[in-house]
Design a protein around this ligand. Sequence first.
Ligand SMILES: *[C@@H]1O[C@H](CO)[C@@H](O)[C@H](O)[C@H]1NC(C)=O
Ligand SMILES: *[C@@H]1O[C@H](CO)[C@@H](O)[C@H](O)[C@H]1NC(C)=O
Ligand SMILES: *[C@@H]1O[C@H](CO)[C@@H](O)[C@H](O)[C@H]1NC(C)=O
Length: 823
Amino acid sequence: METPDGTMRRQVLLFISFLSLSSVAGQVSYSIPEEMAKGSLIGNIAQDLGLDRKRLTSGKGRIFTGDSAEHIELNRERGVLLIKEKIDREALCGQTTPCALHFQIILENPMEFYTVVVEITDINDNTPVFEKTDMKFKISESAVIGAKFLLERALDPDVGMNSLQSYYLTKTENFVLKLKDQPDGEKIVEMVLQKPLDREKEEEIFLVLTAVDGGEPNLSGTAQIHVTVLDANDNAPVFTKTVYKATITENAPKGTVITRVTASDADKGSNSKITYSISNTAADVRDMFEIHEINGNLILKTGNVDYEKRRLYELDVQVSDQGGLSDACKVIVDVADTNDNPPSINIMSNSNTVSENVKPGTVVTMLNIQDSDANENGKVMCVLNENIPFAIKSSTNNFFSVVTDSDLDRERASEYNITVTCSDEGVPSLSSSVTLTLHISDVNDNVPVFERSSYEAYIVENNTPGLSIFTVKARDADWNQNARVSYILEESSVNGVPVSSYVSVGADSGVIHAVRSFDYEQIKDFHFRVKAQDGGSPPLSSNVTVKLLIQDQNDNPPQVLYPVQTGGSLVAEMVPRSADVGYLVTKVVAVDVDSGQNAWLSYKLQKATDRAALFEVGLQNGEIRTIRQVTDKDVVKQRLTVIVEDNGQPSRSATVIVNVAVADSFPEVLSEFTDFTHDKEYNDNLTFYLVLALAVVSFLFITCLVVIISVKVYRWRQSRILYHSNLPVIPYYPPRYSDTLGTGTLQHVYNYEVCRTTDSRKSDCKFGRAGSQNVLIMDPSSTGTMQRIQNEKSILDEPDSPIECPPSPAASLSPYRSLMPTL
Ligand SMILES: *[C@@H]1O[C@H](CO)[C@@H](O)[C@H](O)[C@H]1NC(C)=O
Ligand SMILES: *[C@@H]1O[C@H](CO)[C@@H](O)[C@H](O)[C@H]1NC(C)=O
Ligand SMILES: *[C@@H]1O[C@H](CO)[C@@H](O)[C@H](O)[C@H]1NC(C)=O
């Protein structure tokens, strides 16, 4: 009866005991499930006790429960037990089983009591309940496998099969549920870590724990398990790349951000706090860069990135978290070139001077060009300045040579400034240049060239020997010695005489001097050649023809050919007294060996015997004609003096005496003329002897005077001038004077003095000076018969006056001075 087995079996056993007990003690048992509704029938107690329903009423049957609460009421009329109050087994008995209500039914008249036991059976009316439906765990991800976490138990007040039977946990990789039986029959619910947690994968895990009872149907309760995975520093920071590549342009300013490295740490919080640093890097590189500890910016620390010094930097960057975990990466910084270097031009070899006859293509200069920039920035092209006969050639890498491009000519350009400009191909391009001065050395490639193709020069006859006539000039375009022109008279002959006895040429000056005094009446012109030769080796020369024309001077008086002037014989023209007007008496015939105006003769009658002129002379033709009828007054003997005059400047003249007899018969004439001629002859002789005596005395006197003066002058000159010659020689000019021709001024005066008598009888004196200039001045009062006659007269008139031949320029007033250099 006491066995707490299945409900059916219990009820059967209760009925058996009821039957057996009722006869003895009047005890009845019922079994009802809990939670029956109010008024529900429990059992027919009257029938079960074998009592009449009246007995219950008359006996005033009632239920006696002692001090316990009344859950059941007795319906006396119907004789049944009813639920008075809903019975909760769990509230009534808790976990105790079996759970029964014990009470008595008491009857009066007679007093009887019956014991009634109502067993309350369990129904699954309680779900398992967790006291805390939300369980929170904070588990470090570093928790080891096997770690146990105690879970809250659920409660199910039901008993037996209706009580809590088992727990279930949502399926998870990390945990398993483990139930451990305890001696008191309770279970310990544990969650065991079977796979390590990873916060980085799953930071929070939500699980549901279900508790299920064994009711039919079963009931369950759930509780939320919230597992927060706590971070452990189990992750090292990781760079996003293992190698970072960056480029920095050279000359970038200090502070430039080159690149940025980034690393991430899967951990959280302080475990994910990372810092960057440069590690394992050479000190010089480390000095150039710095990395921002927090943001990973790689910053240029100094501003001296030079592509030409270093083109690549490698640095190791390390990242660490606070737990000491770290990662490293490499940063490769390429330096990008900027065009910051102009090309540098190095002259490898250079000729300062090159001969003008070098062939085109001759190398003048070799250059080496360096540009330390890269690529286009270092690609260099060189050009020369324009308009010069040079070219630049690129031989091999960076080697350039300047070569001649065409023929050179020192005479066109003796010096070149060659500017080599080299520029690179960067943008913007940089360039540099160098200027080389190249001198072109002379080669004797130019012939001296005379200023004219031929020369014509004039000289007035009767010149002083040594007179400079004029100057030939040749120019040579070459330089220095190659341009030093010497003039040479080429040997030829004039009228069988070597030309050198006529003229000479100043070797350096080109001045042509007359060697002798020319006489127009002997030679009127002649040719010679002058050669100009330079000083080159071999010398080059050219020649020019010079035609020298001698100009006439009125140095010859007219010569009367007719009538012939004889000493003794008497010639007279006869004019008949009956001659008509215009009767041609005679004709004076005269010639003049000069030419031109100097030989153009005119005739004049100087004086006639009688005042009333009977004759006249034809001015041009020299015809003597009567101009009136002859009268008786006219003497037989007529003496006419005809002056024949040339047209020179000054003119020269000759006189001729024409005797005319005005008679009808020859005997008449003869008687008249005999004493006339005698008379004249006597007078002439007397005059001649007088003149002769005077001339001899004068000559002796002058000779003495000249000798004395000459000696004095010679000594004086010697003391002044080292070089002195009174010979008409080719002057030697010291080289430093050789080019003064152009300037027109000579420092020294070279004098050639000739002092001599032109005629010993007439004591004519000529004094000449010749300078370097060949300007010829003709004194209008030069030599002439008239002058000579006057001189003779003056000598006769003033026998004591000395005839001077002064050596000084003061004598320029001398009537015979013909030449005077204008200096
Ligand atoms: C709960 O009852 C259902 C059917 O009603 C059954 O499938 C299940 O297995 C039961 N659960 C337990 C834990 O007995
Ligand atoms: C070359 O340059 C120099 C110096 O600058 C100058 O004196 C000379 O005249 C120049 N020569 C030529 C041919 O330009
Ligand atoms: C003079 O020059 C001409 C050409 O101008 C030449 O033919 C001749 O041979 C030269 N004479 C001498 C003697 O050099």
